[in-house]
Design a protein around this ligand. Structure first.
Ligand SMILES: Nc1ncnc2c1ncn2[C@@H]1O[C@H](COP(=O)(O)OP(=O)(O)OP(=O)(O)O)[C@@H](O)[C@H]1O
Length: 260
């Protein structure tokens, strides 16, 4: 244990509830609606898996959640201030190397540190590569780093497992759990069950633009034993490491009040 440091900031403190009320969306006037009357709430610490067939409206819903598109009808409230969005198709047609792009995004994000994420996602060999020359999986990693670098309160990943190498696939559930452990909300569209190792994963499916939350637990959550909640007091400086360790071990852990 390190020395007690009386005050620290983890970046995410306010435990938000984000609400979608009667959200509908169409791309153009006179087009049909592709999202219909969605009511939903997302609480701090939630990790949500989103599924649906091609064209059901998953990416559109994620863009609405991220604030990249505005509902045609209805409202979305309580969106955390920092949103990280890793799109399904990372725009790789820009004339930058990976490093130049991530440096630029870091400046946009107020000097956020991207290097630890590049290291964690084993990207050193990609840093000098122009974006346009990246494989789909490598481009995804760059998209993930730009989404993660600013410690998002809302992290949205659209099909992040597609084309990813095994190491990064294995790292993603821990990363999602860490963001949730800091009080963030994580939403991931995924058909591959990549987040199923996480306890208490919520499951949403989009069917023809309608959102359904499945009431049946994922197989590995069925018959789960009763849970207990404990309070742990520790030096503030140890908090990030402690939360990461708990999340890595499959527990749901988060700070419940600001250190003084
Ligand atoms: N920019 C756009 N302009 C008009 N229609 C669009 C646009 N983007 C998507 N759509 C339409 O909206 C509907 C939902 O598309 P969306 O991409 O959200 O579905 P999805 O579930 O993510 O599909 P996929 O799994 O194939 O990515 C589809 O009918 C699609 O054709």
């Amino acid at each position: 244990m390190g020395p007690f440091i009386p005050s620290m900031r983890l970046g995410i403190y306010r435990y938000t509830t984000m609400r979608l009320s009667q959200v509908s969306f169409r791309y153009r006037r006179r087009d049909r609606f592709v999202i219909h009357d969605v009511d939903a709430h997302l609480a701090a610490g939630d990790v949500i898996e989103l599924t649906g067939v091609n064209g059901a409206g998953k990416s559109t819903l994620l863009r609405l959640l991220a604030g990249l598109a505005a509902p045609t009808k209805g409202t979305i409230t309580g969106r955390p201030g920092v949103v990280g969005f890793a799109p399904d198709r990372f725009p790789a047609d820009q004339p930058f190397t990976v490093t130049a792009y991530l440096r630029h995004m870091s400046r946009v994000r107020g000097g956020a540190r991207w290097e630890p994420w590049a290291e964690r996602l084993a990207m050193e060999h990609l840093l000098a590569v122009p974006l346009g020359e990246l494989s789909k999986g490598s481009a995804h990693k760059v998209g993930l780093v730009q989404a993660l670098m600013a410690e998002p309160g809302l992290l949205i990943m659209d099909e992040p497992f597609a084309g990813l190498d095994a190491g990064t696939r294995e790292a993603l559930p821990s990363i999602a759990a860490e963001v949730a452990g800091r009080g963030g909300i994580v939403i991931v569209s995924d058909h591959q069950g990549g987040l199923r190792p996480l306890p208490r994963l919520r499951h949403w499916s989009v069917v023809d633009g309608h959102l359904k939350e499945s009431t049946t637990a994922a197989p590995d959550q069925e018959d789960s034993p009763p849970v207990a909640t404990v309070a742990v007091t520790l030096p503030a400086a140890d908090l990030p490491h402690f939360l990461a360790r708990m999340c890595d071990e499959g527990y749901r852990a988060r700070e419940i009040e600001e250190s003084r």
